[in-house]
Design a protein around this ligand. Structure first.
Ligand SMILES: [Zn+2]
Length: 412
C-alpha cells in the first residue's frame, strides 16, 4: 500500500521529538529507519535501527518496529519479533490481530509500551490442517530452561559478564494454535540426545562446542523445539565405515537425526572431532532449511502433491537462493558437499577456532575445515578443492594430518 507521505512526515516530526534521548536496553539510541516504513490499514510501522530485545539472546535475529496508529500518534508502542526471515512488506500488526494470514508459521513476539515496559511474551503457530504436515496440532510437553548471567555496566559501557548459569526449568505444554508465556528469560534450546549418545566422546565435544562457540550455539538454536520445523536428535552409530565420523539421516517424522561414530571419533583429536561435529550440523542445517521450504514434513517428492512440489521449489528460490542455486539450478547428486566446500569452510573454521581457544594460527583452522570436503561421494574432487593451488592443497593435507588426525584428545 502506498504510504501517504504528508501524514508520515507529521509522524516523523512527532516521533523524533518523542524518542530523543531514549535508548534500547543496551544503550543504543532509538533511531528509526524511515526508508523502510510500512503502512497498513490502521498503523504505520517504522523499523528501529537497533532492536529492543527483552526475550531472546542477542545473537538471534530480531526486528523491532515502532507501531503508530493512524491519527492517534500519541498511542504508539513497540513490537519485537523474533524471526529468521521477514519478507518485504510484512506487517507486524497482522500478528496481533485474530486473522492468521501471515506468511509465518511460527513466531514469537513481545510488545513494549511507549515507556519501554515489556508486555507479554507471545508465542503462536499456525494450525496445520494437513494431518501429515510437520507441525503437530496436539498439545505437547516442552521444557524451558532459564539461564542468567550478571553483567557490569559503567557509564553505558559494558565492562564484563559472568558465564551463563541455569536458574530454573519449567515444564510447559505447547498447544496447536497459540500459547502465551509470561515473564522474561534469556536463553533456551532443546536438542534431543538419546541414551546411546550421552556421555560419549561426541557428547563431550557437543558440550564443549556449545559452551565455547556462539556461532555453533546459534546454529543449534534454530532447531529450538517450539519454533522449528524439526527437532535435532543425536545418537550413536558405531557401524559407520572407518574414516566416517558421522552422518545425517533425511528428515523423518519431524526429526533430523545425526549419528556419530564414537569408535571413529576415538581415532582423531578433539579438534578433528569438533570439525566433524560442525560438518554434520551444517548438513542438518541444510535439511532444516529445505524442510522449512517444503512445509510438508518430508523432502520426498513422492509425498508431495504437484502443487506442493511447485510451492517447495518457489519457496526455495525466494527464501534460500543459495540452496536453490545448488539444489535446483545446478543439481548434481554431490551438491551438498560441493556447496559446503564453496560456502561453509569459514563457518566451520570460526566455530572450531572458538572451540580451540585460538591456540593455533588461524590458517590451521581454515585448513582442517576441509575434512570431508575434498573428495565427493562419487570419488571426484569438489569444485572448490580442485580450484586450490597445489601449494594450498599440500599445506591443507599436512595440517589435516597434524591437527585433525593427530593432536590432543581429552574427550573420551
Ligand atoms: Zn558430509
Amino acid at each position: 500500500m502506498e504510504i501517504p507521505q504528508d501524514e508520515l512526515q507529521l509522524i516523523r516530526t512527532y516521533m523524533e521529538g518523542e524518542l530523543t534521548g531514549k535508548t534500547t536496553f543496551d544503550n543504543q539510541p532509538l533511531e528509526m529507519d524511515w526508508d523502510n516504513a510500512v503502512y497498513s490499514e490502521g498503523h504505520y510501522e517504522i523499523p528501529l535501527l537497533s532492536p529492543l530485545n527483552g526475550f531472546v539472546p542477542k545473537y538471534q535475529d530480531v526486528e523491532t518496529r515502532l507501531l503508530v496508529p493512524c491519527r492517534k500518534m500519541e498511542e504508539y508502542s513497540f513490537m519485537t519479533l523474533d524471526t529468521e526471515e521477514i519478507i518485504d512488506g510484512f506487517r507486524f500488526s497482522e500478528l496481533s490481530s485474530d486473522t492468521d494470514e501471515t506468511s509465518l508459521d511460527t513466531y514469537r513476539y513481545m510488545n513494549f509500551s511507549k515507556d519501554l515496559q515489556p508486555g507479554d511474551f507471545v508465542y503462536k503457530r499456525a494450525t496445520a490442517s494437513d494431518p501429515n504436515a510437520y507441525m503437530p496440532v496436539q498439545c505437547e510437553p516442552a521444557t524451558i530452561i532459564y539461564y542468567e548471567k550478571d553483567c557490569t555496566w559503567i557509564s553505558n559501557l559494558l565492562q564484563n559478564c559472568s558465564g551463563w548459569r541455569e536458574v530454573g526449568r519449567q515444564e510447559i505444554e505447547i498447544c496447536g494454535t497459540d500459547g502465551i508465556i509470561g515473564g522474561n528469560y534469556n536463553e533456551y534450546y532443546i536438542v534431543k540426545r538419546d541414551s546411546t549418545f550421552i556421555d560419549t566422546k561426541a557428547d563431550c565435544i557437543y558440550e564443549k562446542l556449545r559452551n565455547s562457540s556462539e556461532g555453533f550455539k546459534k546454529m543449534i538454536q534454530k532447531f529450538d523445539y517450539t519454533f522449528s520445523v524439526s527437532d535435532l536428535l543425536f545418537t550413536q552409530n558405531n557401524n559407520l565405515p572407518s574414516g566416517n565420523y558421522g552422518r545425517v539421516l533425511p528428515p523423518q517424522n519431524g526429526n533430523i537425526t545425526v549419528e556419530f561414530s564414537n569408535m571413529n571419533l576415538g581415532m582423531i583429536s578433539d579438534l578433528g572431532s569438533a570439525v566433524s561435529f560442525a560438518h554434520e550440523i551444517i548438513h542438518a542445517e541444510i535439511y532444516r532449511k529445505m524442510l522449512s521450504a517444503a512445509k510438508t514434513g518430508s523432502l520426498d517428492p513422492n509425498n508431495m502433491s504437484p502443487q506442493q512440489q511447485i510451492d517447495y521449489v518457489n519457496n526455495l528460490r525466494q527464501n534460500f537462493p543459495g540452496l536453490y542455486d545448488y539444489y535446483i539450478d545446478r543439481f548434481k547428486p554431490t551438491w551438498n558437499h560441493n556447496m559446503m566446500a564453496q560456502h561453509y569452510i569459514h563457518s566451520i573454521s570460526n566455530i572450531i577456532k572458538e572451540f580451540d581457544n585460538n591456540r593455533l594460527p588461524s590458517q590451521v583452522y581454515d585448513d582442517i575445515s576441509w575434512a570431508g570436503l575434498k573428495i565427493l561421494e562419487d570419488e571426484s574432487e569438489s569444485i572448490a578443492w580442485s580450484n586450490l593451488s597445489g601449494t594450498d592443497q599440500d599445506r591443507i593435507l599436512l595440517n589435516l594430518n597434524n591437527y585433525f588426525h593427530n593432536g590432543p584428545s581429552t574427550c573420551n
